[in-house]
Design a binder for this molecule. Structure first.
Ligand code: ADP
Ligand code: 5GP
Length: 215
């Protein structure tokens, strides 16, 4: 009776560095069907343990700027340390058309740009339970230098002020609760009335006659 829009949902996830975005997202995609993370292009160096084509596509500044000129990105931004990060449009559009939900784990500037282009996207902000916990998560992750931790921590204060521009907020205290909450948000979004394409009941008079015939 109800024909839903069969396209996947575009889910934008932002939050300060170290709040737990990638941890939550990785668990989420392992716990749901038909959902993937978009793989961004970046000009930053590959970290130990990261895989080209899985964590990011690592490309040169020249390649990135050529891609900007040929309008390859749904959005792009210069994030920490002035490195480029961008979401390739083709990949995202293809997956959404196939009915697969796509998560973009991107910074706030990128999220603003997606908001200007895609009014069907869902915006989720992940918060740390406290700034003290954010500090210890950043330090314990051991992927940044002390200077980088300080820079990311300072940026976090500015970023948290932008939470009201998002549709949903998740305080990432217990990881399992955060994953459950994110999954519930996606389920709820799939039931939104504005994602219904059509409601078809058939011919009213015929149906009323047919269905109510035996009473
Ligand atoms: P982000 O992607 O937002 O930069 P990460 O997912 O890398 O953050 O998480 C930062 C650190 O915090 C990682 O070491 C991760 O294991 C840890 N972490 C993430 N979520 C939680 C949580 N809910 N409880 C405790 N530690 C967490
Ligand atoms: P990291 O270098 O720690 O992997 O990521 C740094 C920041 O870049 C994170 O806040 C992450 O969300 C953001 N980021 C990753 N990919 C993209 C992207 O394609 N576009 C934008 N705008 N930000 C991104």
């Amino acid at each position: 009776m109800i024909k839903r829009n069969e396209q996947g949902i575009l889910i934008v996830v932002s939050g300060p560095s170290g709040c737990g975005k990638s941890t939550v997202n990785k668990m989420l995609i392992n716990s749901r069907k038909n959902i993937i993370m978009s793989v961004s292009d970046t000009t930053r160096a590959k970290r130990n343990g990261e895989i080209n084509g899985v964590d990011y596509n690592y490309i040169t500044k020249e390649e990135f700027e050529k891609n900007i000129e040929s309008d390859k990105y749904l959005e792009y931004a210069k994030v920490h340390s002035n490195k480029y990060y961008g979401t390739p449009s083709d990949f995202v559009n293809k997956k959404l058309k196939e009915g697969i939900d796509v998560i973009l784990e991107i910074d706030l500037e990128g999220a603003r740009k997606v908001n200007e282009k895609r009014n069907d996207a869902v915006f989720i902000f992940i918060m740390p339970p406290s700034m003290e916990i954010l500090k210890s998560r950043l330090i314990n992750r051991k992927t940044e230098t002390k200077e980088q931790v300080i820079e990311r921590f300072k940026t976090a204060y500015k970023e948290i002020n932008e939470v009201s521009k998002y549709n949903y907020v998740i305080v990432n205290d217990k990881i399992e609760d955060s994953v459950k909450r994110m999954s519930s948000i996606i389920d709820a979004e799939k039931s939104r009335v504005d994602r219904i394409e059509d409601i078809y009941l058939g011919n009213e008079e015929e149906l009323i006659h047919e269905i109510l015939m035996d009473i």
